[in-house]
Design a protein around this ligand. Sequence first.
Ligand code: NAD
Ligand code: IPM
Ligand code: MN
Length: 352
Amino acid sequence: MKKFEIAVIPGDGIGQEVVPAALDVLRTIAEVHGGLKFEFAEFPWNCDYYLKNGKMMPDDGLQILQGFEAIFLGAVGNPAVVPDHVSLWGLLIKIRREFEQVINIRPAKLMRGLQSPLANPKDFDMIVVRENSEGEYSEIGGRIHRGEDELAIQNAIFSRKGTERAMRYAFELARKRRGHVTSATKSNGIFHSMPFWDEVFKQVKGDYPDVETASYHIDALAAFFVTRPHIFDVIVASNLFGDILTDLGGAVMGSIGIAPAANINLNGKYPSMFEPVHGSAPDIFGKGIANPLGQIWTAQMMLSHFGEDEIAQKLLDAIEEVTADGVKTPDIGGSASTREVSDAICSRLKAL
Ligand code: NAD
Ligand code: IPM
Ligand code: MN
């Protein structure tokens, strides 16, 4: 019996609704598989915790998490009570940074039974490799002269190591898929970092002559996500470009509520973290209608990460059978609740 110990952080808002739904699916996976066991340890770290304790997690929070095989997270943020830069840098971004989860992989594909807002989309199945440790998300900079003459400087950081690492990950991934990598650049407008990005891409691509490539400026690329998503296989992007592109990837699938993600630690020193692309959706929290597919597909990525490819594929099939059956939450045109969708997926898994 293989056992996986998983730290669970539901977080804020709909994280508290979609995480329990996805945990039920994982429990069903264990039951159906027979040779797998999950042990979930739940941590109540979120904005309520901050209001009580003045911090997003205990001082030894990272030490606690380090002992786990993986972290399964819902969403963090409740801007009505805690400013986002405080809550996110105190928990989500802190874990990503300290645990060297340097790559963020985020797929988007056309699912059976889902209507993409694109009129008649050709079949698409793409995956964004987002640089997850530097780029535009940096603490370098500062503010001076409060008031009228105030000035804020925010430095973006692009190291050769980090840039190359993300690109190599994308090329390796493309080799396992359809053999195509697109680089998201903006070397026409951003003077230093993006020409550097292009140079590194050119160098790395030299090591992968079997992989085809393309390079588009981020603005054009964003439009192509809508007008011709089928041309993409793997897209490699900086931290901010990858962030924006993957909400768009969610949108062209039908809803951001479907989009999954994995924060990958490559050196094996720390656990990887699995959390969907979407946030805590305060506008729908408490209504029981949050789409759990993003969180459940994220669980599927965690199973693949554990090397459990067979059961992971079964879960993806079960998700698509349920969408094809029309069991959908309102964001994708249905009337089912969060729990009706996760229950339908559990029933499918049991029927396999
Ligand atoms: P959001 O992703 O929470 O919501 C954007 C829109 O998408 C909303 O209209 C929401 O109702 C809808 N939506 C999101 N997930 C959905 C789901 N599963 N089913 C149905 N509809 C869904 O983004 P936001 O409103 O910009 O951010 C809200 C909070 O979440 C902020 O505090 C933000 O910083 C935080 N956030 C956290 C994460 C994370 O923890 N990974 C990611 C993004 C945003
Ligand atoms: C995401 C989120 C986070 C990010 C925010 C909440 C800091 O939008 O995971 O996509 O920008 O990385
Ligand atoms: Mn985002």
